[in-house]
Structures are given as structure tokens and as C-alpha cells.
Design a protein around this ligand. Structure first.
Ligand code: BG6
Length: 480
């Protein structure tokens, strides 16, 4: 098989709120991640009104990257990373979110961090908002429900893109913006758009709210793209999607339609990011549901003019849907009400995520055919319980997962001709889980001594996967 492209961007990925800690130092404001308590495997995190004494908030200290990044970067260098994906904590730069003047100490932190990466031969790849809106914007404005937040984001984006114009080339606007597509899940609507639903809101009202907030967020993203291109025409600015391919369970035509419809809900976001227009299926949905979207002609123009250069995406698992089953004893009447079920042909992780490496090759093909833009896999990883008592953590399950996915990515590039810019494994160093707030859902190749209750020395230690990935990168994917 031919090689990976010579300049392939092998890397690792994290997000500011899951790694930095330092939640209230050097002028940083409260962020929406700072009010999320710890949950557990199958136990939801709570979102509190401000910070309350009786709760533990794992992101407050995280792994203290804020104070330890220099030693961590030395490990990343030893690993051989070409790129390191992280995010800028919006509330370090604008503590409340609606100020005019940025917080210089916050800006200086990222100057120092990016310099340290570059000095060690690692290029930063930056997400502007990875679930990190300032809490004040969610509390006072209702997040992206309010169009004023578009301007606050654009001002923030312009400020940091200007400041780091010579240090960062690859940018992404909103992490996994399409997670809120289902509109039901508190954690997703909160982290994507800063929205918490009221108890008395109906499903239809929630759908309308999420569509409007999503449109506002997409306008904010398009503005950031436009501003970025003025600041530095060489910038490569992408979107960031969570791609979870949904398979039809059977060859029943309604199952095919069901899978297509579930996929459209999530493609809605990249369709607008890439094509700059609202897809016909969404307009029809709005009409049928009586949803009035506030989108002016001027805003439509912004969407058209702020399309992205590449598509960054996360890939962890696939899903399966059917109309064959019954729901509450009743047959499913149509594909609009299909039911998700466990795919009997793939295994699951301890958190029930369906492990499907071939699904990555499938996704790369589907997305590349749909848009024809370069793709960047900016998250892929295996959350697992590690045996932390071992001298060297033998995380062969993690190596198996990653190797199987890298092989499928290679097939997509070499056999199918998909243009892939790079691959950054998720949680290259152990971090706080987004979904559960646990430390013990570990993704890292570098172990961090800290447990779910926040105890531990924070010492770092290489796992077996560290040495394996080092070899993958050194051979440019020849030795997997
Ligand atoms: C993605 C997010 O949803 O998946 C990350 O972009 C997150 O922030 C990752 O950490 C894995 O999810 P979790 O819940 O296992 O941390």
C-alpha cells in the first residue's frame, strides 16, 4: 500500500476546559464548563446555577495543564507530534463575554503556550470554542438564542485570530456544533449554545429554539471565517462536526429512509458551513412545524461568504436505526419515528459506545463525496478503565482501537482517494471526560495520577500506547 502523504498532520487533541484547570486565575471569568458537576458512567453531570459549595467540579483543576504545560509539551515532543489541537478558553480572553477590552493575562497565556509548542516543533491547531462560552452570556443572554451573542463571538474570534496570526494556521470555529441536533439533551444544548430548557417547554418549542440558536451560531462562525481571512489570507479555517454514521438496521426501505433522515439532522450544520445555504429539507421542516426562523437577507449573505476551508470532525462510533421494532408495544408507523438500537455486528466500550473502525472509512467517503473538501480527523480515541497499578499501563485495548481506525483511514486515503489532512487522537493525555466528568474514563497515552474524586499527585507517566504511537508517527503510518 502507498504511504500517507509526506506532510500528514499526526497529532493529539484536547480542549481547554478539560485540561487547563486554573478556572479562576489571572482574570479568567466563569465558563459554562465551570458549573458542570462530576457525573459517572451512566450518571449525568448536573449544571448548577453558578458555583455551589456542596458540589465537586472536575474542570476547576482538571489536570492543571495551565501550570504544567511546559513539562507536558516535552512529552508530546518525545511522542513526535506534528500538531497539537487545543482550544482557547473564551472566558480567559473575555471573562464575561460582552466586554470590549480583552484580558491581557489570558492573551499572554496562549502566546506563551503557542510559543512553547512551536519551539518544540509542534504546530497548534485551535478550536475557538470547545464548549467554553462565558457563563455570563448563557445566564444573561440565554446563549445563542440571542443574536447579540453573534457579535460577542465575532469580536472574540477577531481578537484572538489577530493576536495569534503568525502562530496559528489551522482554526476551527465551534466544536461538534451538530451535537445539539437532537435538541433533547441538556448537556449538549448547554455546551453547544449555552441553552437550558425550561420545564414547561414542549418538544416543538425546543426544536424551534435549537434551530434558531443553531442558525445564529452558524452566522457567528461565518463571520469568524470572514474576519480571519482578512487578518491572514493563509489561514485555514474549518468547522468541527461530530460524525456518527447511522446505519439502517435492515434492507426495509423505511429503514433506509429513517437512517437518511437521522443523518440529515446532523448534516444540516456542515451543509450550511460548507455550502453557505440552508438545505431544502430544513426549510421544509420549518414550514411543516410552523417554525419561524429569523434569518435576514444580510445574514444569508454572511453565511454564503463565510464558508469553510476544511471539515474537522470527531469519530468515535456508529449507530443503527430501524422501523421494524415496536416502541411501548406499538409498531412504528413511519420512518420519522424510527428507533435506535444496538448493532449486533460491532462491539461496545464500557460506556456503551459502539466500536466500528470500518465506519470511519465509510464516513470519510460519505463526507468527501458530499462536500469535496479536505477532511481533518481531529478526534478519535478510546475511553477505557486503565489498570493504574501496573508499572507500565499496558493499554493494548487502546492500541487495538486506534490501530484499527488508522488502518481504515489509510484505506480511505490510499484506496478511495479521500483527501485527509491529518489525524489527532483524542485526549492524548488523560483529561476530564466531557460527558461524565470522570478522570477514570481515560483516553490518554500519558497517564495522569488523579481519580474521579479529584485525588492524586497529578504526576504524568507514559503508557504502552505512547511507545506504539511514537512508532506510528516516526514511520508516517507504515508501522501500525
Ligand atoms: C467529543 C468532545 O464529544 O467527545 C470531547 O469533543 C469529548 O470534548 C469526547 O471529551 C469524548 O467524550 P467523553 O464524554 O468520553 O469525554
Amino acid at each position: 500500500m502507498n504511504d500517507f502523504p509526506k506532510n500528514f498532520l499526526w497529532g493529539g487533541a484536547v480542549a481547554a476546559h478539560q485540561i487547563e484547570g486554573g478556572w479562576n486565575v489571572d482574570g479568567k471569568g466563569l465558563s459554562i464548563g465551570d458549573v458542570m458537576t462530576n457525573g459517572g458512567n451512566g450518571i449525568a453531570r448536573q449544571i448548577t446555577k453558578g458555583v455551589e459549595d456542596q458540589y465537586y467540579y472536575p474542570n476547576h483543576e482538571a489536570i492543571d495543564f495551565y501550570h504544567r504545560y511546559r513539562e507536558d509539551i516535552l512529552l508530546l515532543k518525545e511522542l513526535g507530534l506534528k500538531v497539537f489541537r487545543t482550544s482557547i478558553h473564551w472566558s480567559r480572553i473575555f471573562p464575561l463575554g460582552d466586554e470590549q477590552e480583552p484580558n491581557e493575562q489570558g492573551l499572554q497565556f496562549y502566546d506563551d503556550l503557542f510559543d512553547a509548542l512551536l519551539e518544540n516543533g509542534i504546530e497548534p491547531v485551535i478550536t475557538l470554542s470547545h464548549f467554553e462560552m462565558p457563563y455570563h452570556l448563557a445566564e444573561t443572554y440565554g446563549g445563542f438564542k440571542d443574536k447579540r451573542v453573534i457579535e460577542f463571538f465575532a469580536h472574540y474570534a477577531e481578537t484572538v485570530m489577530h493576536r495569534y496570526k503568525d502562530k496559528v494556521t489551522y482554526w476551527m470555529t465551534f466544536n461538534e456544533i451538530n451535537n445539539q441536533a437532537d435538541g433533547q439533551h441538556d448537556l449538549h444544548t448547554w455546551t453547544n449554545s449555552g441553552i437550558l430548557f425550561e420545564d414547561n417547554e414542549t418538544e416543538s418549542e425546543k426544536e424551534a429554539i435549537i434551530f434558531q440558536a443553531s442558525i445564529n451560531e452558524l452566522i457567528a462562525s461565518a463571520k469568524a471565517v470572514q474576519l480571519g481571512k482578512i487578518i491572514n489570507p493563509d489561514f485555514q479555517i474549518g468547522c468541527m462536526m461530530a460524525y456518527v454514521p447511522i446505519y439502517p438496521y435492515s434492507s426495509k426501505p423505511e429503514d433506509q429512509m429513517a437512517a437518511l433522515k437521522v443523518m440529515q439532522r446532523r448534516f444540516f450544520y456542515s451543509d450550511i458551513h460548507v455550502r453557505g445555504t440552508v438545505p431544502a429539507y430544513a426549510k421544509k421542516r420549518w414550514l411543516q412545524k410552523g417554525i419561524n426562523i429569523d434569518l435576514s437577507a444580510e445574514e444569508e449573505k454572511i453565511l454564503q461568504q463565510g464558508t469553510v476551508d476544511f471539515i474537522g470532525f470527531s469519530y468515535y462510533m456508529s449507530g443503527t436505526t430501524t422501523t421494524i421494532e415496536t416502541v411501548d408495544g406499538q409498531p412504528i408507523s413511519d420512518f420519522e419515528h424510527s428507533k435506535m438500537l444496538t448493532n449486533p455486528y460491532v462491539a461496545s466500550s464500557d460506556w456503551g459506545w459502539q466500536i466500528d473502525p470500518v465506519g470511519l472509512r465509510y464516513t470519510l467517503n460519505i463526507v468527501y463525496e458530499r462536500y469535496g473538501l479536505p477532511l481533518f480527523i481531529v478526534e478519535n480515541g478510546f475511553g477505557a478503565y486503565d489498570d493504574v497499578h501496573e508499572e507500565i499501563i499496558q493499554d493494548n485495548y487502546r492500541i487495538d482501537y486506534l490501530a484499527a481506525h488508522i488502518i481504515q483511514m489509510k484505506l480511505a486515503i490510499v484506496e478511495d482517494g479521500v483527501d485527509v489532512l491529518g489525524y489527532t487522537t483524542w485526549g492524548i493525555i488523560d483529561i476530564v471526560s466531557f460527558g461524565s466528568g470522570e478522570m477514570d474514563k481515560r483516553y490518554g497515552m500519558i497517564y495522569v495520577d488523579k481519580d474521579n474524586q479529584g485525588h492524586g499527585t497529578l504526576k504524568r507517566k507514559k503508557k504502552a500506547s505512547f511507545h506504539w504511537y511514537q512508532k506510528v508517527i516516526a514511520t508516517n503510518g507504515e508501522d501500525i
